[in-house]
Design a protein around this ligand. Structure first.
Ligand code: GCU
Length: 672
């Protein structure tokens, strides 16, 4: 085992940086994580420069120095104000010209580890200009957390990369090597927390025998600065210990949670806290007892507070009787603004429905001003072709994080209102993991880039996602400049392609109703909940297509701040990509570009297919630059993707044609 997997696979220095081989490494500091940083730096440099690098006690020109604050060395080189601005996790990488050496420093051990990974990444991905090297990095979100939807039986809900990486049956005695690779991969992109188990939580995770297993995983992740969290079932006190109720106001229930939390912290002193899916899709919650989400969350938050633990309380709620599913989370949670404790983060999915290829941002962002909102992104491709389709999610994440909520005037982007860099509130961001026990970790080689880009954006949502794609390609696939450029351009188009061949123009939820894979816009299930069926969302009929959420319909547009509300509400000003999300329009509705709605829909489906065809061409042309195995595997998956893009186009167009009664326009292929 040489650790050369994921984005450590290439391990090649950029030609422009070969002259940067240090003479020695100085390490001024101590501690487990600091020692790890030392080790990672030296072995990283040795791999990149293909030589032996030794430590030296004396600080000399030509060295790399890693140092913790309060070492005399750092005090002399970096001002106090600068060090303070770094907080707990920020770091500095600076060329100290007077001493002719490179300094990597921060206030804590983990910040130095982050600096090491960042520097190693730079050596492989961008030309370093020594004289101007002065990097200051501070993460935007405090809690940068993966959510595993992993069950205790080893299955993974919506997981497409094999079984869970957590080997519950072997734990705590056997620690899989993959846990270390996992920890390293996460730390290298700044992820500092992980929820080990599914939000549809088995109460068993809180049994003493499972807590010992959790403790064992925590001990592997700790040196890498990663805290462990657990999803909990709100009924745990009743299910595990036979309490008569799980009512958060019942003193026996409160005592039960107090004891449980104490038991956890005795085993895992740096335990992160709980993630809770309550009163959602059949999960129990405080509303079962006439209490609110806030009362349920606060009960747990008060118990966790003395240990500095947090509660991540999910806002993924909708019920069969509501008028429009897209409005329900807002309706349920807005009245609770300002009612949550400081250590509660309300975790909100990026869009108001459910991880669709494209959704407008959830209107809770910006609206809940007195609550910490934690964006939840999905890394696993539940609605985006599982691990068969190449879809780089950097563009989706960026579109969401940079959506302007206008809640405090222009420029109140989702990233800005949720990261609270300068406020005292806790901030966080979560990504539903796509990791499994498959050899390539994520089922599709390119799916690794989605884990990577999630971490990089959680650290800094302002980063350019094309740049991140290129980083990932250089670290993972190839350093060939032409290939890097071509692959990056394919990745950058890939999300739009999937929107085009699955759900263009604001359509959503046309997938198979339970598995969410292929197209099923026609799906009818006797006695099924209306909001589980595609027809609820597309509302196609002889007159037209789309969900009228404008003021003449369900008025979901009202949940957005001006000027967005008006922009979305008016079909003439509504952006094309959200048109059928907010409006039901006739098949002949004329768009600004002169096309009818029907024509535009057909062209988008065709564009999606054409785009995938172009990806296949690009990939084929790069065979010489890619390792054989990776080349073949991606090639095979692209074949599936092309076939399925055609499947989506034909299925949707033939179905919608049965309402529009119009021919396919010129340029759109006849169904196969
Ligand atoms: C989706 C997904 C479920 C998941 C749920 C959630 O509905 O299909 O499998 O449990 O989201 O986020 O809680």
């Amino acid at each position: 085992y040489d650790g050369r997997e994921l984005w450590f696979a290439q391990n090649k220095i950029l030609k422009a940086n070969v002259h940067l081989k240090p003479n020695f490494v100085n390490a001024i500091g101590e501690g487990t994580t600091f020692d790890l940083a030392k080790k990672e730096l030296v072995s990283g440099l040795e791999g990149l420069f293909d030589c032996t690098i030794n430590y030296q006690n004396e600080v000399q020109p030509g060295n790399i120095v890693i140092a913790l604050k309060n070492s005399g060395f750092v005090d002399a080189a970096i001002s106090n104000t600068e060090m303070t601005s770094l907080g707990e996790e920020g770091f500095i990488i600076k060329y100290i010209a007077s001493k002719k050496l490179i300094l990597l420093t921060g206030n804590t051990e983990v910040s130095v580890l982050y600096a090491v990974y960042h520097y190693l990444r730079l050596l492989q991905t961008s030309k370093i200009n020594l004289s101007s090297l002065n990097i200051i990095e501070v993460p935007s979100y405090q809690k940068r957390v993966l959510n595993h939807w992993d069950n205790l039986d080893g299955s993974v809900e919506r997981g497409y990369a094999g079984r869970s990486i957590w080997k519950w049956d072997d734990l705590p005695n056997v620690l899989s090597k993959r846990y270390i690779s996992y920890a390293k991969a996460n730390a290298s992109i700044g992820i500092n927390g992980t929820v080990l188990n599914n939000v549809n939580a088995s109460p068993d995770i809180l049994l003493p025998e499972y807590l010992l297993k959790v403790k064992a995983i925590a001990s592997v992740l700790r040196p890498f600065g990663i805290q462990v969290y657990l999803s909990v079932n709100f009924s745990s006190p009743a299910i595990l210990d036979g309490l008569a109720t799980a009512n958060p106001k019942d003193k026996h229930v409160v005592l039960w949670w107090k004891n449980k939390v104490e038991e956890i912290y005795q085993l895992i002193p740096d335990f992160g806290g709980f993630l809770v899916k309550a009163n959602s899709e059949g999960q129990p919650g405080p509303m079962d007892f006439g209490c609110t989400h806030a009362e349920g969350a606060n009960m747990l938050a008060d118990i966790l507070a003395p240990y500095e633990g947090v509660v991540m309380w999910r806002a993924f709620v909708y019920n069969a009787n509501g008028n429009d599913r897209a409005k329900q989370a807002y309706e349920e949670f807005m009245p609770l603004d300002n009612k949550f404790r400081k250590n509660v983060l309300v975790q909100v999915k990026n869009g108001p429905i459910d991880f669709q290829p494209r959704e407008p941002f959830s209107p809770l962002f910006g609206a809940m001003k007195g609550t910490s909102l934690m964006p939840e992104l999905q890394i696993t491709q539940e609605y985006l072709g599982f691990s068969s389709h190449l879809v780089y999610l950097g563009t989706l994440y960026k579109e969401f994080l940079w959506s302007d909520t206008y809640s405090n005037g222009r420029g109140s982007t989702v990233a800005q209102v949720s990261s609270n860099k300068n406020s005292k509130r806790i901030s966080g961001i979560a990504g539903v993991a796509n990791i499994g026990s498959d050899n390539n970790w994520c089922g599709h080689h390119f799916a690794q880039s989605n884990w990577y880009v999630f971490g990089r954006l959680a650290w800094n949502p302002s980063l350019n996602v094309r740049h991140i794609a290129k980083e990932w390609i250089r670290l993972t696939l190839t350093q060939d400049e032409h290939a890097v450029k071509e692959i990056a351009s394919m990745m950058m188009k890939s999300r739009e392609a999937v929107v085009n061949y699955m759900t263009p123009l604001g359509l959503h939820h046309l997938m198979g109703w339970d598995h969410h894979y292929g197209p099923e816009p026609w799906c009818v299930i006797p006695n099924a909940r209306a909001d589980w069926l595609p027809s609820y969302y597309h509302k196609a009929d002889s007159l037209g297509i789309g969900f009228n959420r404008s003021s003449s319909g369900t008025n979901a547009t009202e949940q957005y701040a001006e000027p967005l509300r008006e922009l979305f509400d008016n079909e003439a000003s509504c952006p094309l990509e959200y048109l059928l999300w907010f409006h039901h329009l006739s098949w002949n509705y004329e768009l600004k570009n002169g096309n009818s709605l029907w024509e535009e829909l057909c062209y988008h489906y065709q564009d999606g297919v054409n785009q995938v065809r172009s990806f296949r061409k690009i990939w084929k042309s790069l065979e010489a630059n890619i390792a054989t195995q990776q080349f073949i595997e991606v090639n095979e998956k692209l074949k599936i993707q092309e076939k399925e893009a055609i499947w989506w186009r034909d299925a949707c167009l033939l179905y919608f044609q049965s309402f529009s009664k119009q021919a396919l326009p010129y340029g759109v292929d006849n169904p196969i």
